[in-house]
Ligand binder design. Structure first.
Ligand SMILES: Cc1cc2nc3c(=O)[nH]c(=O)nc-3n(C[C@H](O)[C@H](O)[C@H](O)COP(=O)(O)OP(=O)(O)OC[C@H]3O[C@@H](n4cnc5c(N)ncnc54)[C@H](O)[C@@H]3O)c2cc1C
Length: 380
C-alpha cells in the first residue's frame, strides 16, 4: 500500500471536508432533531460527484477509487453520520454490485441515474428472521416467463423510503439453502414494492431504515445479478466493500468525538486549570487519537486492497470491527470529558454516542466480524 495519498485523493477529501464544515454540520444537527431525511445535502453531494465517487466517468461518476471514497465518507461522518451512511449504502451496497457484478445493460440502465442522485440506492438483505444469519432468507422469487415474481418482507433497509433502485435478495431454490439465493437489481416504482414503516431509532435519525414488503413484484429476468443461486456470494462480496464505508463512517464519528473533546477540555476549567491539564483527561485524549489513526489506516488499507482488485474480506472486517469499537469508545469518553453537559442535547457528543452504536451492529455485528476474521486467520 502506498502510504502517501495522491493529489486526487487529497482533493476529494478536502472538497468533502469543506462541504462538511460549511453546510453539513448544521444539517447534521437539524436532521438529528427533526428525524428528516437530509434531502438538500444529498442533492448537493450529487452535484459534487460524491453519489458516484468510484463509478467510472462513462456512467456519470467521478471515476475515483475506494481510498478517495473512504476519505469522503469519513469527512461526511464528522459532520453528519446519517448523511455518511445514506451515501455509503447508496454507493457501496447498491451501486457497487451493479458495477462489479452486473451486466452491461444493467450498468447502462441503473448507474447514470444513481451517479446523478436521481435514483438513490438501497440494499435489501435483512429479514425478520434473517439478520446475522443472512442465509435464512424467506423472500421468494419464482420464475414466470421472462420475469421473476418476488414476495417477502425485508427489515431495517437504509434508504428504503427514498430509494429508486434496490438490490433485493430472494430465494429462487429454497431447498438449496444459501446456494438457492439470487440477487436482483430492482426499480422501486415496480408494482408490488411497498414501504411498510420507518423505524424510530436511537441514532442516525436522518437515515431512514424501513421495513419493505414485496407483493407479487415482477422483476425482469435481465435484472438478475450474476447467475441464479449466486446471490449469497453477491451479498458477501458487496458487504466486503460496504464494511469499508461503515468503517469510514465510524472513523468520522470517532474523530468528531476527539475534536469536540480537544476543544472542550481546553475551555472548561476545574480545580483552577483547564481539563486538558489533568493527566487523566490527557490520557483519554491520547488513546482516542491513537485509535482514530489506527482505525483510519485499517480502513484505507482495506480500501487500497479493493482498489488493487485483491481479496479484502479479512481486512474490511478488521477495519469495520476496530473502527466501530473505536467510535463507541471515543464517543463514550467524549461524553465523560464533557461531564454533565455531555449528557445534554446542548453538546453534540450525546449525538455522537447515539450514532456510534449502530456502527457495531449493521453490515454485520462486531460478533459477526469476529467470526469472519477468526475464520480467515484459522483458514476455515
Ligand atoms: C439502523 C439500521 C440500518 C440497517 N440497514 C440495513 C440495510 O440497509 N440493509 C440490510 O439488509 N440490513 C440492514 N440492517 C440490518 C442489520 O444488518 C442487522 O440488524 C444486523 O446484521 C443484525 O441482525 P439482527 O438485527 O437480526 O440481529 P441477530 O442476528 O438476531 O443478532 C442478535 C445478537 O446476537 C449476536 N449473534 C447472532 N448470531 C451469532 C453468532 N453466531 N455468534 C455470536 N453472536 C451472534 C449478534 O451479534 C447480536 O449481538 C440495518 C439495521 C439497523 C438497525
Amino acid at each position: 500500500m502506498d502510504l502517501e495519498l495522491s493529489a486526487v485523493q487529497r482533493g476529494a477529501r478536502d472538497t468533502a471536508r469543506r462541504f462538511a464544515r460549511e453546510k453539513l454540520e448544521a444539517i447534521g444537527v437539524e436532521c438529528d432533531r427533526s428525524h428528516e431525511f437530509p434531502a438538500v445535502a444529498i442533492k448537493e453531494l450529487g452535484k459534487l460527484g460524491f453519489l458516484g465517487t468510484f463509478l467510472p466517468e462513462k456512467f456519470g461518476g467521478a471515476g475515483l477509487d475506494q481510498v478517495a471514497y473512504a476519505l469522503v465518507v469519513e469527512e461526511l461522518a464528522v459532520a453528519c453520520a446519517s448523511t455518511a451512511v445514506i451515501v455509503s449504502a447508496h454507493c457501496s451496497l447498491a451501486s457497487w454490485p451493479i458495477l462489479g457484478l452486473g451486466s452491461d445493460a444493467m450498468k447502462a440502465r441503473f448507474l447514470p441515474k444513481m451517479a446523478a442522485g436521481e435514483w438513490l440506492g438501497c440494499f435489501a438483505l435483512t429479514e425478520p428472521q434473517a439478520g446475522s444469519d443472512a442465509a435464512g432468507q424467506k423472500t421468494r422469487a419464482v420464475r414466470d416467463g421472462d420475469s421473476y415474481v418476488i414476495n417477502g418482507t425485508k427489515n431495517f433497509i437504509t434508504n428504503g423510503p427514498q430509494a429508486g433502485a434496490a438490490i433485493v435478495f430472494a430465494m429462487t431454490a429454497p431447498e438449496q439453502g444459501h446456494h438457492g439465493i439470487s440477487a436482483f437489481a430492482v426499480e422501486t416504482q415496480s408494482p408490488g414494492w411497498s414501504v411498510v414503516r420507518v423505524e424510530d431509532k436511537m441514532g442516525i435519525h436522518g437515515a431512514h431504515s424501513a421495513q419493505l414488503s414485496f407483493s407479487d413484484m415482477r422483476v425482469p429476468r435481465e435484472n438478475l445479478i450474476g447467475a441464479e443461486g449466486e446471490g449469497f456470494k453477491v451479498a458477501m462480496k458487496t458487504l466486503d466493500g460496504g464494511r469499508i464505508g461503515i468503517a469510514a463512517q465510524a472513523v468520522g464519528i470517532a474523530r468528531a468525538s476527539l475534536e469536540a473533546s480537544l476543544k472542550y477540555s481546553q475551555e472548561r476549567q476545574t480545580f483552577g486549570h483547564p481539563l486538558a491539564r489533568h493527566q487523566a483527561i490527557q490520557f483519554k485524549l491520547a488513546d482516542m487519537a491513537v485509535n482514530v489513526d489506527a482505525a483510519r489506516w485499517l480502513t484505507l488499507n482495506a480500501a487500497a486492497l479493493k482498489d488493487a482488485g485483491r481479496p479484502c474480506t479479512r481486512e474490511s472486517a478488521m477495519a469495520k470491527l476496530f473502527a466501530a469499537e473505536t467510535a463507541m469508545k471515543a464517543a463514550t469518553e467524549a461524553v465523560q470529558i464533557h461531564g454533565g453537559y455531555g449528557y445534554t442535547r446542548e453538546f453534540k457528543v450525546e449525538r455522537y454516542f447515539r450514532d456510534a452504536k449502530i456502527t457495531e451492529i449493521y453490515e454485520g455485528t462486531s460478533e459477526i466480524q469476529r467470526l469472519v476474521i477468526s475464520g480467515q486467520v484459522l483458514g476455515h
